[in-house]
Design a protein around this ligand. Sequence first.
Ligand SMILES: Cc1cc2nc3c(=O)[nH]c(=O)nc-3n(C[C@H](O)[C@H](O)[C@H](O)COP(=O)(O)O)c2cc1C
Length: 449
Amino acid sequence: MEKQMLRAVLKRLREKNLLLECNKEVDKEYEMGAVLKHFNNKRPILFNKIKNSQISSIGGLYGDREIIYNLLNINHENRIEKFMDAIVNPEPYKILNNGPIKENIIKRNIDLQKLLPINKFQEKDSSNFITAGVMVVKDPTTGKHFTSIRRLQVNGGNKLSALIASPKLTKDFLKLEKQGKPLEVAIVFGYDAEFLMASQISSATYGIDKYEIDSRLRGEPLELVKCETIDLLVPANAEIVLEGKIIPGKRETEGPFGELMGYYGHIAPHPIIEIDAVTHRNNPIYQTAFPCREEHVSNGLIREIELYYHLKNQLDIVDVYVTEGGGYRFNAIISIKKQKEGDAKTAILASLGLNKDLKQVVIVDEDVDIFDPQDIEWAITTRSQASLDYVIVQGALGSSLEPSHDLRGITDKVGIDATKPLNDEKEKFSRAIIPGYDKIDISKYFPNI
Ligand SMILES: Cc1cc2nc3c(=O)[nH]c(=O)nc-3n(C[C@H](O)[C@H](O)[C@H](O)COP(=O)(O)O)c2cc1C
């Protein structure tokens, strides 16, 4: 029985009745995306019949926090501890001689559009885009594996354009490009939650091998096989792998593309990947993700750990939520057990300084539910005064994925201290409580409800 990658995930989802299967024929252009968006990209959907394709496709697989917890056998309370454990205690992976991913090997006449049901999602998208492929590269100096999701524009035949918003990956590629050398890449489809979560950890911060983090997270070695045409390892039980190279000295225009915040990203020249081999299992399943905020929950989960540990050095921190509305990047809510009056301002400084994408942070007391927008609004409106509690930083670095940043090439940042004062002698900030409220059994009063 397979334990790793997509087939194991599908089995688990079916057992738990979490998988929707669509047997009606769908068009990979717009229609599949519309169906995924209908469920807010939080329902895993297996599309069994895609127009002009022999291959089925899974979407919406990792857009829901609870499904990710479930697949990883973790829960909300222990998530931070589990992910941090994987980062600091990497374990070896295992190299196998063969695996199902080698059941079919294609090295000639590669036409990606014909081979795979690659989606076109939104009206003004420049082409069809691969949106869920995990790109594998090796650090040219250390040889450590670096995995990440990068959207890829299909340019025709075996060519793709890559959007690489990663300083580390860009630096690695530019260094090789100066020497006239390509960067070898493999793009993996049909992975499990462990593989995804490891891919979202920032390599630049930890300088780690993501395959070793994956092995710790799954509690057994990640099983890998060698690629056919390049010196990289890929999961033995993945569904589809594209093997190729980022070519030095070549750029092609990429975009527009409907980005995660629902705006179109602009057109710009980006590096080209040429695919030299495609390997796939029998009856492979292509993996896709609607480009949207919900699909970035895995990224947000990792940012939550980074914030938690960064702040833990200085504060008694309770929990962190990098919010869905803010694309799991731009907005964080942090609850603390305040010990000193300066705690909240320190939390603001530390979090805004940690990650360039973070644009807004709200600090609340531990009695506020950071996953409840009403409770956060309540804390901001009743526990903060703008002139005293708002910290505004003008002109810092930001993410190009939100358009207000593009106006000036830089972004303003704001931190809101929505904590109550420590010295609340008159108990102005204590919540009114009904004694016995928690114990009320409403069915005793209204038996028919
Ligand atoms: C569904 C999904 C799509 C993503 N698409 C992109 C992308 O197109 N370009 C990009 O640079 N990062 C994208 N990311 C984020 C990176 O995969 C993530 O930041 C990376 O793994 C961490 O490495 P880094 O620190 O080098 O960014 C995506 C993440 C997810 C979950």
